[in-house]
Design a protein around this ligand. Structure first.
Ligand code: NAD
Ligand code: LMR
Length: 333
């Protein structure tokens, strides 16, 4: 038997929602932090969803997970985030048919301001925060803005679902197992402007571009289908992706905590100004995770198509950042 570690506190918001219905059970059974890491779940919901959340807690209890020490629920972020080591910010309103993410900006700005302030005040000083709720990049920007006492790289947004989608699609096209694909990159916003980029991808020891010299497939199939996959799922299911989103949240946070074993993974992190991405913007970039931190992969060549795609996400995120500035300065008057 492995030695038992000191307990870790994991906050999940939107805990009565669809993504959480997959995520909570996987965290409780050890998929996030490992099978020797006891956890306390600290769950945040809106007051009107607390009854439903009590039902989810009953189900968690009924699983008799050995690692799950206790579950606490609250509608107050200052309670739910107290001393947390990890925070998965899932709660927000999901996009429904016909809506674009920017429509959700104003509704979500207030949520992530309050939650950023609460994390700033009561979370562990080493907390790792992953924003999943859309518009994820801008929600993470807001959270960071209102949590100035946390380290600059403590807050990231999820682009791992897009990364996983890109890996899966490339592997299928090349007829290889997903595990043989490394160095995939998804740049930018978690929105249709994102740029899935396999120029540097390797399949085993080989370059994917050498194996698959099909620029038309890249431009006309790979990029648009990865970028629009979330919309395709909403159209097919009538609801946004849930189990795959929970899986991606676990992948991104687990790699951040335990390392990515030398693999490149995509994370939306505060830009350091490289690749012409304005400093501070929450932007999907390639990173390697080790020792509980992420290191940005630098020095990649940006060709004309890449420049055009990256700039489209920069423009979109700058517009969202400006809209947020306007919202908050209007509120301050
Ligand atoms: P859902 O509607 O099933 O659940 C959301 C839950 O959040 C609801 O139970 C709601 O009561 C709760 N909530 C709303 N405001 C809250 C607040 N202020 N504090 C605490 N809880 C609050 O939605 P879902 O399917 O679980 O999706 C959640 C979010 O994740 C959506 O914004 C969705 O668009 C987004 N999403 C992101 C990705 C990604 O890759 N980043 C992928 C899929 C979905
Ligand atoms: C996804 O990529 O599946 C979701 O982010 C889609 C959405 O807008 O909820």
């Amino acid at each position: 038997m492995k030695p038992v570690k000191p307990v870790k506190r994991v906050a999940v918001t939107g805990a009565a929602g669809q993504i959480a219905y997959s995520l909570l059970f996987r965290v409780a059974r050890g998929d996030l932090l490992g099978d020797d890491q006891p956890v306390i779940l600290q769950l945040l919901e809106l007051p009107q969803a607390l009854d439903a959340l009590r039902g989810v807690v009953m189900e968690l209890e009924d699983c008799a997970f050995p690692l799950l020490q206790s579950v606490e629920i609250s509608d107050d972020p200052r309670v739910a985030f107290r001393d947390v080591d990890y925070a998965l910010l899932v709660g927000s309103r999901p996009r429904t048919k016909g809506m674009e993410r920017r429509d959700l900006l104003a509704a979500n700005a207030a949520i992530f301001r309050t939650q950023g302030q609460a994390l700033n005040d009561v979370a562990s000083r080493d907390v790792k925060v992953l924003v999943v709720g859309n518009p994820a990049n801008t929600n993470a920007l807001i959270t960071r803005r209102f949590a100035p006492e946390l380290p600059a790289d403590a807050i990231t947004a999820m682009i791992r679902l897009d990364h996983n989608r890109a890996v899966s699609k490339l592997a299928a096209r090349c007829g290889v197992p997903v595990a043989s694909v490394n160095r995939m990159v998804v740049w930018g916003n978690h929105s249709p402007t994102m740029y899935p980029d396999y120029r540097y991808a390797q399949i085993g020891q080989d370059s994917a571009r050498a194996l698959l010299a099909d620029e038309r497939w890249n431009r006309d199939v790979f990029i648009p289908e990865v970028a629009r996959r979330g919309t395709a799922i909403i159209e097919a299911r009538g609801a946004s992706s849930a189990a795959s989103a929970a899986n991606a949240a676990i992948d991104q946070m687990r790699d951040w905590v335990y390392g990515s074993a030398g693999q490149w993974v995509s994370m939306s992190v505060p830009s350091d100004g490289s690749y012409g991405i304005p400093e501070g913007l929450m932007f999907g970039v390639p990173v390697i995770c080790r020792n509980g931190a992420f290191e940005r992969v630098t020095g990649l060549e940006i060709d004309a198509l890449s420049r055009e795609r990256i700039d489209a996400s920069v423009r979109e995120l700058m517009e969202e950042a400006d809209a947020v500035d306007a919202l908050f300065s209007a509120g301050a008057r």
